[in-house]
Design a protein around this ligand. Structure first.
Ligand SMILES: [Zn+2]
Length: 59
């Protein structure tokens, strides 16, 4: 396990791709540009949701 958030799954705010699986993803960066849609996602604890359902329901 490495990075700042070893237990957290990250999803793109725009296209909801699973960012953890994207090539080169590193949660020690403060932003991650989605390789699918190009959206810059903020990687911080403010953006962690308890579940994927809550994440989807928050928009
Ligand atoms: Zn995306």
């Amino acid at each position: 396990m490495s990075g700042r958030f070893p237990e957290v799954d990250w999803f793109c705010d725009r296209c909801h791709e699973h960012l953890n699986n994207q090539s080169g993803f590193d949660d020690s960066k403060y932003t991650w540009k989605c390789t699918d849609c190009g959206h810059k996602n903020s990687i911080s604890k403010d953006n962690i949701y308890e579940s994927h359902e809550k994440f989807l329901g928050s928009e």
